[in-house]
Design a protein around this ligand. Structure first.
Ligand SMILES: Nc1nc2c(ncn2[C@@H]2O[C@H](COP(=O)(O)OP(=O)(O)OP(=O)(O)O)[C@@H](O)[C@H]2O)c(=O)[nH]1
Ligand SMILES: [Mg+2]
Length: 235
């Protein structure tokens, strides 16, 4: 399926129709997919919500972060990855996650749900505090193996995303673009978004070249993302 899109070898596309059948890129071997399945089938539990830098847990184990604009689907993606309905709080109200939430995945890794950016309903000082915390975390966390930067498939990459990407490049913090809510787009429109994202990764030094397209709603792309993240955790 990916062959229909020029230069999209490293982008996994899948069917986001009701069957949620995932067409997997050849680079994900059955072993890699199984490693991902196993890692994310382990117990996952909430450990701590961090509102201030001093509360961060000691940087002892691999961490995978999930960041993106408010309402992009971070909490939903975490729930889909771990197969839990309500591990992370999902909300129709943008800005629902206002602290860094750490989840222990099988004693092997922490999954970190970051507060959304680009949302202005909170009080001004709240936003400043919140952004300072995210910046401090993203620039100085040696054990943050990869940050998943979530992009809403309907919106594409916007200016706030580019600002975060520039900061991550500067900090040499490895990150990967993950499309969310692909079920909301017709296949044809998604192809354009994927191409735009591919073009976007090229100019960013710390950005992983592979883009993973997902839907927390249908489960499309979830096994792929699990496999990609297991490879990072066990590297
Ligand atoms: N159709 C569809 N809706 C989704 C998907 N993922 C999330 N949503 C919806 O998008 C809204 C926001 O989802 P959240 O997971 O709370 O988003 P978030 O990025 O954690 O939001 P904040 O924590 O407020 O920044 C909710 O209404 C979800 O049900 C998806 O894959 N498909
Ligand atoms: Mg959230």
């Amino acid at each position: 399926m990916g062959s229909r899109f020029r230069g999209s070898d490293n982008v996994r596309l899948m069917s986001w129709k009701s069957s949620a059948k995932v067409v997997t890129s050849p680079e994900f071997t059955p072993e890699a997919l199984e490693a991902g399945r196993k890692l994310f089938a382990q117990e996952c539990r909430f450990v701590i919500g961090v509102a201030q830098e001093v509360q961060l847990p000691p940087p002892g184990r691999p961490e995978i972060g999930f960041a993106g604009r408010s309402n992009v689907g971070k909490s939903s993606l975490l729930n889909a990855l771990t197969g839990r309905k309500s591990l992370a709080r999902v909300s129709g109200t943008p800005g629902a996650t206002r602290q860094l939430n750490f989840f222990d995945l099988g004693g092997r890794a922490y999954l970190v749900d970051l507060p959304g950016y680009g949302f202005a309903r909170a009080g001004k000082s709240d936003i400043a505090e919140w952004n300072a915390l995210i910046r401090a975390y993203l620039r100085g966390r040696a054990n943050l193996r990869r940050l998943c930067l979530l992009i809403d498939a309907r919106r594409g990459v916007g200016d706030p995303d580019r600002q975060i990407m520039a900061m991550l490049d500067e900090a040499a913090q490895s990150y990967q673009l993950v499309l969310t809510k692909t079920d909301k787009l017709p296949e044809k429109a998604l192809a354009g978004i994927v191409q735009a994202l591919e073009a976007e990764t090229a100019g960013h030094g710390a950005c992983h070249p592979e883009v993973i397209a997902t839907s927390a709603e249908t489960g499309a792309g979830i096994p792929d993302l699990r496999a990609a993240l297991a490879a990072v955790v066990f590297a």
